[in-house]
Design a protein around this ligand. Structure first.
Ligand SMILES: NC(=O)c1ccc[n+]([C@@H]2O[C@H](COP(=O)([O-])OP(=O)(O)OC[C@H]3O[C@@H](n4cnc5c(N)ncnc54)[C@H](OP(=O)(O)O)[C@@H]3O)[C@@H](O)[C@H]2O)c1
Length: 259
């Protein structure tokens, strides 16, 4: 059962997809978002207005008296922030799947990670209760604070070390990111025949449900698995003018056959 109130005061560093959705959820769960930092003042203010918070665009103006600092900026910028921000013993975490916890070493003696294993966009509110929250912290105080916060927003929380989390993120890129790219290619192929993408939606949903139910290896079907060579050849010919897609098709088909 979620509690509706919390005394924690939080500073959000970042105003993009994750900062927006996490900020909205944290506020809804009763946390106080004291400040939003983002290099673009317009972006910082947009999110701060949504969260009834204040906006800053300079790291020197980040307050020093909050309980938790969540860095949700692009991966390469975490280091940039770490070079400039000093928060003593305040708990500071980032939200990246692929960056180690110790990148935050110079910011604070108490550091951690809050990696939500889901895809986020500003425009779409996710179902936080179902999102696995992968946590890491280097101190008992950090572990307790992070676990307390995480339990209020999700039913799926786990402490996972940096190297396992990086592997998890790599797997997530294949499962989510690359799958979505395949949808984009499919949409492109359909557009050339003026066919709508929605025709593929039942197939996409059933593929995902089936993989969840019986496991992806057992769920695999298609011409590559059946070694239907005539069809494989025909598809290669159909992609003669789209060399990038033709290469991808051949390489993924080979991978399906190898596995
Ligand atoms: N999106 C996802 O699905 C997802 C899922 C799980 C974890 N994550 C992780 O969450 C983090 C944020 O991802 P996102 O998708 O929310 O990113 P995003 O939407 O692209 O937003 C990037 C943010 O980084 C800020 N930024 C860019 N350059 C900066 C710099 N040099 N210094 C400080 N801030 C800078 C931007 O600020 P301005 O707009 O003001 O320039 C913006 O607020 C990443 O570590 C990512 O790996 C993302």
């Amino acid at each position: 059962m979620k509690k509706s109130k919390s005394p924690l005061s939080i500073v959000l560093l970042g105003s993009g997809n994750v900062a927006t959705q996490l900020g909205i959820e944290l506020k809804q769960q009763g946390f106080h978002i004291a400040q939003v930092y983002s290099p673009s003042m317009r972006h910082a203010r947009n999110l701060a207005d949504t969260l009834n918070s204040s906006a800053v665009s300079s790291l020197t103006k980040v307050n020093k008296d909050s309980d938790l600092y969540i860095i949700a900026v692009k991966d390469d910028a975490i280091e940039v922030i770490a070079e400039k921000l000093r928060l003593g013993n305040k708990l500071v975490v980032h939200t990246s799947g692929s960056v180690g916890m110790d990148v935050l070493k110079s910011i604070s003696v108490n550091r951690g990670v809050l990696y939500p294993l889901q895809t986020f966009s500003k425009q779409r509110r996710p179902d936080w209760e179902q999102i696995p929250l992968c946590l890491e912290a280097n101190s008992p105080m950090g572990k307790e604070m992070l676990a307390g916060l995480a339990k209020k927003i999700s039913h799926e929380i786990a402490f996972i070390g940096s190297s396992q989390r990086k592997r998890l993120h790599l797997a997530a890129v294949f499962a989510g990111n690359f799958s979505n790219h395949m949808y984009a290619i499919a949409e492109n192929l359909l557009m050339k025949e003026k066919l709508p993408f929605r025709l593929l939606i039942p197939l996409i949903l059933e593929t995902a449900s089936k993989a969840a139910e019986i496991g992806p290896a057992k769920a695999q079907t298609g011409p590559a698995l059946r070694t239907d060579n005539k069809i494989l050849k025909k598809h290669a010919q159909m992609l003669a003018d789209e060399k990038e897609y033709q290469k991808l098709y051949a390489s993924i088909s080979k991978s399906i056959q190898n596995i």
